[in-house]
Ligand binder design. Structure first.
Ligand code: FPP
Length: 247
């Protein structure tokens, strides 16, 4: 059985899949809980376990960057209790897992307008990001209070300020200028965007970055997504023919 499991794990630590940056829309926690007659928070707790497993797998599979959509700028529409549960899970996750990330050389990053969150959480995030900033291993980027349209608006505002300061001519604003204004400016280009739970939409996630990313949808609910599921997605990615608009 163990041998079978190993042979199914196609990459076995080698980055032969060619992907540098994988992003995941972690969907289906609620349905996972509902199927088990459990409260939604139980699904989110199981979702955190999946985050742990997948972050470890990403490192073993040689990814340079794993970006996880943990809380969108639209998730505030959820009941206050669920929002509070998600924030508290995130806090506890940073408290409990930061040492392991740091010991493994992981660089923790956050994308999204996280500065609008509770001040003590912002401090905790800034501390965790600063502590791991000098590491040289893979990046785990958590998208928090993130919305791609909001990210583009913030980038436009930053460029407008540069125009007003006379630093840049509006006609000269380039693709690179926009990319440099995004939260992902110093992350590798996005190769593969995964969404779990059978939904097939981007839900305001990495709209600019996904321009030439490969999309991968799986019916697996997020709490059931694991190292093998990630390896399977990377196998599918390896077989894609990427032309970036060329021939
Ligand atoms: C979508 O499931 C999931 C979320 C909105 C939150 C994802 C959060 C976690 C996995 C836990 C916290 C993250 C970290 C990084 C510690 P859903 O609730 O929309 O599921 P449903 O569509 O089945 O209801």
């Amino acid at each position: 059985m163990a041998t079978q499991a190993k042979s199914d794990f196609a990459h076995d630590g080698a980055p032969g899949h060619g992907a540098r940056h994988v992003a995941i829309i972690m969907d289906g926690n609620g349905r996972w809980a509902k199927k088990r007659f459990m409260p939604r928070i139980a699904g989110h707790r199981a979702g955190v376990e999946a985050v742990r497993k997948v972050a470890r797998a990403a490192r073993e599979l040689g990814l340079e960057c794993l970006t996880l959509y943990a809380f969108s700028s639209e998730n505030w529409k959820r009941p206050a209790g669920e929002v509070a549960d998600l924030m508290s899970l995130l806090r506890r996750f940073i408290e409990s897992d930061l040492d392991e990330f740091h010991a493994n050389g992981v660089r923790l990053r956050v994308i999204g307008n996280y500065r609008a969150l509770d001040a003590s959480l912002v401090d905790m995030i800034d501390g965790a990001v600063a502590r791991t900033a000098g590491n040289s291993g893979p990046i785990v980027a958590i998208a928090l209070n993130y919305g791609a349209q909001d990210e583009l608006v913030r980038a436009a505002q930053a460029i407008a300020l540069r125009v007003r300061a006379g630093e840049i001519d509006p006609a000269a604003i380039s693709l690179e200028d926009v990319a440099a204004g995004l939260d992902t400016a110093d992350l590798p280009p996005l190769d593969l965007l995964i969404r779990t739970s059978g939904e097939q939409r981007l839900s305001n996630f990495m709209l600019w970055q996904a321009a030439y990313a490969e999309l991968y949808f799986t019916d697996t609910l997020w709490p059931d997504f694991d190292a093998r599921a990630l390896a399977k997605a990377l196998d599918a990615f390896r077989l894609r023919d990427r032309r970036f608009g060329g021939l």
